[in-house]
Write a protein that binds this ligand. Structure first.
Ligand code: PHE
Length: 342
């Protein structure tokens, strides 16, 4: 076959093959096959010996012309293929932000935390500072400065875990009263939330670890009516405007007089129901006027200063608030329970 015919054949074949090619790899193979060192065009050049000497310049020029044409066609095909490949890659990487997906499980705050936060907000709103202290406490602060000397019978009700004779797991947040009075300038207005411990058997209403929030106010001329007004405001904030408080005489070694404070039952609004056992009242906290002896032991002049204190059980409020009947549920960590309370 004459070189011209071979050239035409190659041209036509390559042109139709190029039209069908869709990947860079196929294009490379074709390029090597036609234009490569061992390719068809190179073979033609090498076969120039067989061409009559006078025809060689013309045939050489024809081959080069075709080589250039093929090179251009292949470059064009290359840009087309690369553009298509880039587009396909972008399409494959596109993230559909509207596509629904499984959401990660979000945790929720523990009911005790929820109640604690709510109480902190309520009391800081009335001007109280938050103060925290150690759960492993000196007997001195937990008992002695709270007017519970060694062998005092009232210690029986607060049996605890002893590290040694002088170090205990605190049985209440009241040692924070002593710590505050000994370290803070007067007047004092603090709340102390935290974990407390008692050697109690676990049942539906008892746990050896539970939570309290202590409140303490010391200033000149602090009266029982200030305690009452503060707790009345707290009751309304906690359970709504219709709520009121009832003070019942009680005993705590570190307060005199002492009172157990009830609030209008949240469930029946005072009518009487199973939650308040028909009384219309629920017991919420212990309180009283700081005992002068406690003030003196903590270096405060009891003829000039007076104060009140209260201690709120957080478990009880959480249980009432969320209708949890068994305290153990609070510590079992069942996410199905907590996720309902957000
Ligand atoms: N600390 C007492 C208790 O745990 C509660 C309390 C605090 C009572 C402050 C009066 C004043 O039972």
């Amino acid at each position: 076959m004459a070189v011209v015919d071979t050239l035409r054949e190659i041209r036509e074949r390559v042109e139709s093959e190029l039209a069908a090619i869709s990947s860079s790899a196929e294009l490379d193979t074709l390029r090597v096959k036609v234009l490569g060192k061992k390719g068809e065009l190179t073979a033609l050049l090498k076969g120039m010996g067989q061409v009559a000497p006078e025809d060689r310049p013309k045939v050489g020029a024809q081959i080069n012309e075709v080589r250039q044409w093929l090179t251009e066609k292949m470059d064009e095909a290359q840009s087309r293929i690369q553009a298509a490949e880039r587009e396909a890659a972008i399409k494959a990487e596109t993230i559909d932000v509207t596509e629904p997906r499984a959401l990660p499980k979000v945790g929720s705050a523990h009911p005790i935390t929820l109640v604690m936060d709510e109480l902190i907000e309520c009391f800081t709103g009335m001007g109280f500072d938050v103060m925290e202290g150690p759960e492993v406490e000196l007997d001195h602060y937990n008992f002695e400065l709270m007017n519970l000397p060694k062998n005092h019978p009232a210690r029986d009700a607060q049996d605890t875990f002893y590290m040694d004779d002088n170090i205990v797991l605190r049985t209440h947040t009241s040692p924070m009263q002593a710590r505050a009075m000994l370290t803070r300038p007067l007047p004092i207005r603090i709340i102390c939330p935290g974990r407390v411990y008692r050697a109690d058997e676990v049942d539906a209403t008892h746990s050896p670890v539970f939570h309290q929030m202590e409140g303490l106010v010391i200033d000149e001329h602090v009266k029982m009516s200030d305690l009452r007004g503060t707790l009345e405001a707290f009751a309304k904030k906690l359970y709504g405007e219709g709520t009121t408080t009832r003070f019942r005489p009680s005993f705590f070694p570190f307060t005199e007089p002492s009172a157990e404070v009830d609030m209008t039952c949240v469930a029946c609004h005072g009518k009487g129901c199973s939650i308040c056992k028909g009384t219309g009242w629920i017991e919420v906290l212990g309180s009283g006027m700081v005992h002068p002896h406690v003030l003196e032991m903590c270096g405060i002049d009891s003829t000039k200063y007076s104060g009140f204190a209260f201690g709120i059980g957080l478990e009880r409020i959480a249980m009432q608030r969320y209708g949890i009947r068994d305290m153990r549920l609070l510590y079992e960590g069942d996410a199905r329970l907590f996720s309902q309370l957000r």
